[in-house]
Design a protein around this ligand. Sequence first.
Ligand SMILES: Nc1ncnc2c1ncn2[C@@H]1O[C@H](COP(=O)(O)OP(=O)(O)OP(=O)(O)O)[C@@H](O)[C@H]1O
Ligand SMILES: [Mg+2]
Length: 465
Amino acid sequence: MAKHLNTTEESMGQVVIIEDESESRKAMRLALAKKGYHVEDFNDGAAGIEHIRRHSGDIDLVITDLRMPGTDGLTVLRETKKANEEIGIILVTAFASVDSAVEAMKLGADDYLTKPIDLYEFRARVSKLITNTSLNREVAMLQSRLDKQYGFENIIGKSAVMERLFEKVRVVAGTNANVLLLGESGTGKELFANALHQHSQKKGQRFLPINCAAIPSEILESELFGHERGAFTGAVTRKIGKFELAGNGTIFLDEIGDMNLDLQAKLLRVLENREFTRVGGSDMIRIQSRFVFATNRNLMEEVREGRFREDLYYRINVVTLQIPPLWQRKEDIPLLVKHFLGRFNEDHGKSVKELDPAAMKALCAYAWPGNIRELRNVMEHLVIFCKGDRITREDFPEYLEQREDRPRSVTIPVGMTMGQLEQEAIRQMMAHCGNNKTRAAELLDISLRTLQRKVKEMEEQGETF
Ligand SMILES: Nc1ncnc2c1ncn2[C@@H]1O[C@H](COP(=O)(O)OP(=O)(O)OP(=O)(O)O)[C@@H](O)[C@H]1O
Ligand SMILES: [Mg+2]
């Protein structure tokens, strides 16, 4: 836990005191130091501000006198807020300047004290404010961590389709309607499910993902519904299922297309009645959570084939977000490449700066059947194996070259013999690979020695490569 959340008085809250009257300054300092606070004190505003600017990340609280020669307390207040909004501020005023105190509160002071200072009161107020500041900081930190992981800034994309999708997510997230996410494997369905949760009112609640394809159906039922003790052989204790655990949060039923028909019927009932019982139980339990579903299957097709219940299909297909495959938004590729480059540099302690234009072009031309997951894996590979600070096509994993470059069709004139066909294949592949025998052999799926032998034979017949 961050040191700031440690809010007992023995913990070292950092306090700055700015006060021109030395008696009062010393009294305050001593009162706080005795309680274990780390105190820095200054007798003029300018020096205090200087210190605050330099240590703004560590300071919890600033206590400043309002009236001081030179830089006054209001300036200290403004400059402190500028340096770090989260630092708490207590203004100390003489009784005569209550108006300024009111103004100070308006400007963002958290508290004020009038002279002469009651030290007991003083310590209590300080303690309270430091606790607040620490909690605020902790919350802000957790928040930014969550936003970073799941916010839109982590779903990379600037293509028009993605922009539209982000907009839709913003709108839909606020409604708490159940959502179906459709898209090929690796397009980011799970990322979007998270984003929906993070942008909804359920943000602070649980997000529970369950992969329906990864869990055998007998187990899946009790994973979702929970079960009572003795509900079936092996049910030695009561188990609380995900529907119940999710509370007021979000349940993400991933690969819903893989759920068996029996369980589909039970799920339909839950969605319709918004209540359920544990397996082997009779207590009705209300559902409060939101459902997000995802599948990379064509659900309409599954319905036609009798593998997916039509009524369930219509039930979950109310708000549907279609995530486009990567090949339909190639303009996002350079952005994603840059994103993953940064990320994997960091992960693997590398400092690869860029891809040369030919390499980038090749990545943009590739079809990406595995979508962003595949791009991500390729980028990790490239960063790991890159020797300098620039990735070239030489660094590409072989399979990428193969899938991207393999000629799609060869014309075979009628009357061609098997031997001629083989030679034609070698001729084309050698041309394609710039006469690099190793690569040509790989792409032809024969050994290098075999290729060398065949090339030699062809050369003996007068061919040149
Ligand atoms: N737009 C994006 N920006 C950044 N990373 C992305 C994006 N889309 C997907 N990813 C990353 O690609 C990987 C695959 O994404 P995810 O698991 O969400 O795909 P999926 O659609 O759920 O795939 P599957 O159908 O196979 O489960 C993850 O590592 C994810 O972080
Ligand atoms: Mg997934």
